[in-house]
Every structure is written in structure tokens, then in C-alpha cells.
Design a protein around this ligand. Structure first.
Ligand code: AP5
Ligand code: MG
Length: 209
């Protein structure tokens, strides 16, 4: 199955994707994770995108499309994938249509107030990229992620000003994709407000997995 996860920052795309890829046995392709790994590795790509991401703006379409095209061309994506956070502009959606036919687009619906609450409490592991919310979990050792022992940190783009910018960018450049994919009859709306287990349950019902 070839799925796109579309939604505002903090809507729970990554949280659901991590579980859904296990059910579907497809790769989780998160452009945000790819960029953060490049930043951590201080690669050429990482140095190019760090300031853009920290400010909550979008990386340019050409760079982002090239990354995704490469990932979808790999063997593990032959039978499907979950694209988390891509496409984010009409340009990216048109480019994607040129090299892969998406089966469905999951539209995560969440009000701004919940976005602020969720991103304000997110802690991310510097080593493996996993994250959790401080309301729902507490590491056994302060500041250390239980699963891999990596350092927990607050993403630079989870600062208040960056969150406001990301929401603005989402409204202006990404939200138009809702209508774009609805017209193509590919959109599946999901209420992203309930607890993670319930969001997973409605995903399972929608896709029979
Ligand atoms: P990206 O990493 O994609 O960030 P985002 O889209 O802003 O989304 P987030 O990862 O912040 O949120 P999420 O929906 O995954 O929520 P999560 O599951 O973590 O992109 C980062 C940046 O990279 C962009 O700003 C841009 O600069 C660049 N970029 C990426 N893709 C690009 C593209 N295509 N084009 C150009 N630039 C691009 O959950 C959030 C929190 O809520 C967590 O703490 C979680 O535990 C909690 N939570 C999750 N689900 C629930 C629930 N159901 N109930 C309660 N809490 C929940
Ligand atoms: Mg994410």
C-alpha cells in the first residue's frame, strides 16, 4: 500500500507511521527524519537545511523531491511505503504523481491548540529519532531514551516561534493539498484528536489491517 500522511505539525503523523509500517510491512519515509539525520551527521545536506528547519520554514522543493524519488526507487519501497510529511506543496504533489501512484492520503485533522500542546511536550531521541510526550511517558532515567540509551532533547523547531511559523507555512502551502487530493478521491480524513491507540484503531479499520 502506498500512503501519504498529511497534516499539521504535531498531528501525530510520525507516531502513527511507526506502528502502521509494522502492520503493512512497508518502509517509513519521513522527510523530516531524513533532514534531522543529515543535520546530526553534519553532511552537506544537513548544513544546507539546518537554519531553514530550525526557523520552521520549508526546504526547497527540488532538494526534497530528489530525496523522496531516491527513497521510492529503493528495493524496500517496491510494494509500498508511508510517506510522512511529503508532499507538502502542490509542486511536490505533482512531482510525486510523476514517479509514483499513491493509493490514499490520510488527512490528520487537529486544531491549533492541540498542536501547541503536543509539540510543547514532545521529547525526541538524538540517536534513533523516536519521540514521546511528557504527559504519556517518563523515561526510566531522566534525559535518556529507554529503548536505545540516546540523549533526549527538544527539537529546535519545537520552540514557540518556530511552531507558529510551521503552522503558518502549513496553512499557506500544505493545507491546499487537502482539496487537491479530495478532488482526486484519494483523501481519507482521520480525527487526530483522540489518544494514539484510538487513532491507530481507526487506521486499522479504514485499511483492514
Ligand atoms: P517534520 O519532521 O515532518 O515535522 P512536522 O510535519 O512539522 O511534523 P512533526 O514531526 O512535528 O509532527 P508529527 O505529525 O509527526 O507528530 P508526532 O507523531 O511527532 O518536518 C520538520 C521540518 O523538515 C519541516 O518544518 C521542514 O522544514 C522540513 N521538511 C520536512 N518535510 C518537508 C517537505 N516535504 N518539504 C519541505 N520541507 C520539509 O507527535 C507530536 C507529539 O504529540 C509527540 O510528543 C507525540 O508523542 C504526541 N502525540 C502523537 N499522537 C498523539 C495523540 N493521538 N494524542 C496525544 N499525543 C499525541
Ligand atoms: Mg513527525
Amino acid at each position: 500500500m502506498k500512503l501519504v500522511f498529511l497534516g499539521p505539525p504535531g498531528a501525530g503523523k510520525g507516531t502513527l507511521a511507526v506502528k502502521a509500517v509494522v502492520l503493512l510491512t512497508v518502509p517509513h519515509i519521513s522527510t523530516g527524519n531524513i533532514f534531522r539525520a543529515a543535520i546530526a551527521a553534519k553532511s552537506e545536506l544537513g548544513l544546507k537545511v539546518k537554519a531553514i528547519i530550525d526557523a520552521g520554514k520549508l526546504v526547497d522543493d527540488e532538494t526534497t523531491v530528489a530525496l523522496v524519488k531516491d527513497a521510492l526507487g529503493r528495493e524496500d519501497a517496491r510494494n509500498g511505503y508511508i510517506l510522512d510529511g511529503f508532499p507538502r506543496t502542490i509542486f511536490q504533489a505533482e512531482a510525486l504523481a510523476g514517479f509514483s501512484a499513491v493509493d490514499n492520503v490520510i488527512n490528520f485533522d487537529l486544531p491549533d491548540a492541540s498542536v501547541l500542546e503536543r509539540l510543547g511536550g514532545r521529547r525526541t531521541c538524538r540517536t534513533c529519532g523516536a519521540n514521546f510526550h511528557i504527559l504519556f511517558g517518563k523515561p526510566k532515567q531522566d534525559g535518556v531514551w529507554d529503548s536505545c540509551g540516546g540523549e533526549l532533547y527538544i527539537r529546535d523547531d519545537d520552540r514557540k516561534e518556530a511552531i507558529a511559523e510551521r503552522l503558518e507555512v502549513y496553512r499557506e502551502q500544505t493545507a491546499p493539498l487537502i482539496d487537491y487530493y479530495r478532488k482526486k478521491r484519494l483523501l481519507v480524513d482521520v480525527d487526530a484528536g483522540p489518544a494514539p491507540e484510538q487513532v491507530l484503531e481507526s487506521f486499522r479499520k479504514n485499511f483492514g489491517v
